[in-house]
Design a protein around this ligand. Structure first.
Ligand code: FES
Length: 158
């Protein structure tokens, strides 16, 4: 993997263990997640161990250790959404994309995640794609949205 960008991030922080969180945040901004190789490099440059870096990173929910899909599909599993059928919604998303929560499609276009209440229970059940909240989702509507995104991704590639 190309660590050039990481080396630029690390340059001002060499030997500064106390800057670990800031370095992890910047690394995730650049790579979209925290690759294992990057964690080892961070440990080396900040003067700590890979175990300590991993320990700190895994403590915070904001850090990811796997790449995300280009479009992150989040299905809310909070109580209001659950009562209104979010499990069927999640099943339909999984069926359509052939992946489980935490995975990404082989082409990297979609990733699926389960999330806890996102704070718009009146709109339940909700599905969030990237930053867009889709309210009152049914399995059929969810598939239609995913199909539309798929089509638009294909036209962008051509
Ligand atoms: S339970 Fe889904 S938004 Fe609150």
């Amino acid at each position: 993997m190309d660590l050039t960008k990481l080396k630029a991030i690390l340059e001002p922080y060499k030997g500064q263990k106390g800057s670990l969180i800031a370095v992890l945040q910047k690394t995730q901004e650049v790579y979209g997640y925290l690759p294992e190789e990057a964690l080892r490099e961070i440990a080396k440059e900040l003067g700590t161990t890979a175990n300590e870096v991993y320990g700190v990173a895994s403590f915070y929910a904001q850090f990811r250790f796997k790449p995300q899909g280009k479009n992150v599909v989040k299905v809310c599993e909070g109580t209001a959404c659950h009562v209104r059928g979010s499990h069927r919604l999640l099943e339909s998303v999984q069926d359509y994309l052939h992946i489980q929560p935490g995975e990404i499609t082989p082409d990297g276009v979609f990733g699926v995640e389960r999330v806890a209440c996102v704070g718009c229970c009146a709109l339940a059940p909700v599905m969030i794609i990237n930053e867009d909240v889709h309210a009152g989702m049914t399995p059929v509507e969810a598939k239609k949205i995913l199909t539309d995104i798929e089509k638009s991704e294909k036209t962008q590639v051509k």
